[in-house]
Design a protein around this ligand. Structure first.
Ligand code: RIB
Length: 306
């Protein structure tokens, strides 16, 4: 089946522990448990879109190690087309070292491994897949040149192009802004891109407006329990977040992006897609881990009727 959402991005095995609190520099703390969990921002977004009704294809790279096999099989079990997930000879798959504290906050160190091998040739090979998509999603855990290539091609093909600029350590190439329909940063990514510290709705709007001045069209700043702020030339709208008991915020942003894209692909309007994505993200924080935490359509229905 032709995928209506194509995700170009990372697949990681998450090495996760929970600790009373996150260690300070130079400090050792005890973890309470350890587990390996399927993750990677790209793969998480693909899983969210698939569980929430889209037909999805993943474009990325894994290594020849056992993690690579497990990550691919995990996505295939979700019904995600993995023909364009390339196994990189002699490479290690991406991993992420994650610590989650009792306040559900986390720190993440990503070692890209095979994700760093995704190149423009991989994207040219899947041009037919991009042509058939309605929505194309990128993040920043694969090489920037590759992301730039996808954004440009997505714009040429007149697709809905979604960029989750995560992780972000500084400004984006300025020519990217005009290539993206929806830019979805969280607070820290909005700061990295704009230089404006974001800790309120007002500062989120300020940051988004400075990105609009660079050519961005629709910016959705995700603000955790403070909801999300949509800023475009036409309007600024705050969407309050559903209230939930948070356990682990890992992949909440990914769930938002995947759910939002699935909703757009299904023909929902912008506001409905944002509310749908917020519910999905809120449910994801009530569960531990990246992909295991991502809800399905039935979970959203149950939440709506609760
Ligand atoms: O956004 C959460 C994800 O970031 C984790 O699954 C981890 O793999 C890192 O990519």
């Amino acid at each position: 089946m032709q995928a209506n959402v194509v995700v170009v991005g990372s697949l990681n095995m998450d090495l996760v522990t929970r600790a009373e609190r996150l260690p300070r520099p130079g400090e050792t703390v005890f973890g309470q448990a350890f587990g390996t969990v399927h993750g990677g921002k790209g793969a998480n977004q693909a899983v969210a879109a698939a569980r929430l009704g889209a037909s999805v294809a993943m474009v990325g790279c894994v290594g020849t190690d056992a993690y690579g096999v497990q990550l691919r099989e995990g996505l295939e079990a979700e019904g995600i087309d993995c023909q364009a997930v390339r196994t990189v000879a002699q490479g290690a798959s991406g991993v992420a070292l994650i610590v989650v504290d009792t306040d559900s906050q986390n720190t993440i160190v990503v070692v890209p491994g095979a994700n760093g091998c995704l190149d423009a040739q991989d994207i040219m090979t899947v041009d037919g897949m991009l042509q058939g998509a309605k929505v194309i999603i990128c993040q920043l855990e694969v090489p920037m040149d590759t992301v730039g290539h996808v954004l440009k091609r997505g714009r040429e093909l007149d697709k809905i192009v979604v960029l989750n600029p995560a992780p972000a350590s500084g400004p984006l190439p300025v020519q990217w802004y005009a290539l993206v329909d929806y830019l979805i940063p969280n607070e820290s990514e909005a700061l990295a891109l704009s230089g404006v510290p974001v800790d309120s709705l007002e500062s989120a709007e300020l940051a988004a407006r400075s990105l609009m001045a660079l050519g961005a069209s629709n910016i959705i700043v995700t603000l955790g329990s403070q909801g999300a702020l949509l800023v475009s030339a036409q309007r600024v709208v705050h969407f309050a977040a559903p209230k939930v008991e948070a356990v682990d915020a890992t992949a909440a942003g990914d769930t938002f992006v995947g759910a939002f894209s699935a909703a757009l692909a299904a023909g929902k309007g912008e506001d409905d897609a944002i509310r749908f994505a917020q519910t999905a993200a809120a449910l994801s924080v009530t569960r531990a881990g990246a992909q295991p935490s991502i809800p399905g359509l039935q979970d959203i229905k149950d939440f709506a009727s609760s």
